[in-house]
Design a protein around this ligand. Structure first.
Ligand SMILES: Cc1ncc(COP(=O)(O)O)c(C=O)c1O
Length: 452
């Protein structure tokens, strides 16, 4: 097996990208004068063309770049725009609210209505708001430590929950270490965190038996190293084990909202003590929420001293601001509706079928996994059981080639892995456009005979 034909394909695609994005290229060069690394946020250097595409406008499931290229967006701001770009009800509510006060440090009726809706969807009765899923997770972990009096959090290997210090931990030969790329961890990770592989119930039991874990913080399925689904019985065992050890269960639904209107929690009857969610619920306006059971809410309230409730390390000046609440209310009530989800799930299936057909047509040793309206393909034949197995199925060269190939033909995938997300505005034509580009890519890749 030689990889050079693949590298030649990549060179061809890089040249095509440069040729069709002169304005983006010029802006990227100019941006180096005033933006660190030439980008407004450092991970944007990871786009596959050598410089990022500069967008001009986006609507629904489409956007335009400064060179006049038009794209179908399956990245959707890595879930931030899962409601579609600028959905009309959200845009209207935001414009209306922006003209009537953006932040006040006072409650508005919208907060109450959003909490009611979140309670209806996820089954947890009491809610608080934040501006990012990172913060919702950070606050959940802090409160879990406060009520249990325990110092540690347990996460699953290769998880991602935002920039929460405790979660940037990894397993190396059974030891907890800082995850590769973790910048300036405040303390060694084994002081704050226990880590086990996803689906490894034996390890979960062993680690919780230490009696020092305040909470398990988990997505219902890993979604940030490809999709790694829970095995049958995993969630029931996770719940039973955490309860038995007096450890709280925090379920992060930020990405798994793709399962349905009440996320994986409602679809599969999970019973978390705390549920965190961000990104999509405000239609792209900074918004996040975390909800508690009645019992936990009582325990939380008991540890928050009334007179020092502003310095407890939980909250933020702009959290629950009027604009964010208006955006959440409109997005939940009018955009990410039950009817919208029914359509999104159907298109997710269509996307999956298209990818599977192309994999089959060329007998590629790859597979495709779907969680509701989120679809992901991985370069290994079997579904991974753990984050480590999924990570081992990554192939940086293939990743880059496929992303660039798609980008050159008007398709944007999520940059860090091969993920596609469907919004209420995505159409069957959009999905079929991806299917045809993916089929073209797999035919070329198979012909380049990199597969032995
Ligand atoms: C599951 C999950 N939780 C939390 C976050 C953090 O979201 P944010 O970066 O908006 O704070 C992410 C981000 O990708 C995520 O995937």
């Amino acid at each position: 097996m030689t990889r050079s034909p693949l590298e030649k394909l990549l060179e061809r695609e890089l040249a095509r990208f440069e040729g069709s994005h002169p304005r983006s290229r010029a802006l990227a060069a100019d941006a180096r004068r005033s933006l660190l690394g030439g980008v407004p946020m450092h991970w944007m250097v990871r786009w596959p063309g050598g410089f990022p595409v500069f967008a001009t406008e986006a609507a629904g499931a489409h956007f335009l770049d400064v060179d006049g290229n038009e794209y179908v967006d399956f990245c959707l701001g890595d879930t931030g725009a899962m409601a579609g770009h600028s959905p009309a009800p959200t845009a209207r509510a935001v414009a209306d609210q922006a003209a009537r006060g953006i932040t006040l440090m006072l409650p508005s009726e919208n907060g109450l209505r959003v909490a009611d809706e979140l309670a209806r969807r996820f089954g947890l009765p009491l809610w608080q708001f934040a501006l990012t899923a990172t913060d919702a997770n950070r606050f959940a972990v802090r409160l879990a430590r406060a009520v249990t009096g325990r110092p540690k959090v347990l996460v699953f290997n290769w998880c991602y929950h935002g920039t929460v210090d405790e979660t940037f931990a990894a397993l190396a030969d059974g030891r907890v270490v800082a995850r590769a790329g973790n910048l300036g961890p405040p303390v060694p990770l084994d002081e704050t965190t226990r880590v086990v592989e996803w689906n490894d119930l034996e390890a979960l039991e062993r680690e919780l038996a230490h009696g020092d874990v305040a909470c398990v913080l988990a997505e219902p399925a890993l979604t940030n190293v490809g999709i790694v689904l829970p095995e049958a019985g995993f969630h029931a065992a996770l719940r039973e084990t955490t309860r038995r050890h007096g450890t709280l269960l925090v379920i992060d639904e930020t990405h798994t909202l793709c399962t349905g209107p009440g996320g994986y929690t409602a679809a599969h009857g999970l019973e978390p003590d705390v549920l965190t969610i961000g990104k999509a619920i405000g239609g792209g306006i900074a918004s996040a929420a975390y909800g508690f059971t009645e019992e936990l809410a009582r325990r939380v309230q008991a540890v928050i001293p009334q007179d020092e409730s502003d310095v407890g390390g939980v909250g933020g000046t702009l959290a629950a601001n009027a604009l964010s609440l208006a955006a959440m209310r409109a997005t939940l009530r009018e955009v990410l509706t039950d009817a919208a989800f029914a359509q999104m799930l159907g298109l997710g299936e269509r996307f999956e079928r298209g990818v599977q057909a192309a994999i089959d047509a060329h007998a590629l040793p790859w597979h495709v996994t779907r969680l509701g309206c989120r679809v992901e393909y991985l370069f290994r034949p079997e579904r991974p059981r753990t984050g480590s197995e999924a990570a081992a199925g990554a192939d940086p060269l293939l990743d880059r080639l496929i992303h660039l190939y798609a980008l050159n033909r008007g398709i944007l995938l999520t940059p860090f892995h091969n993920m596609a997300l469907i919004s209420p505005a995505t159409t069957a034509d959009d999905v079929d456009r991806h299917t045809s580009v993916f089929a073209e890519a797999t035919a070329e890749i198979a012909a380049a005979s990199w597969v032995v």
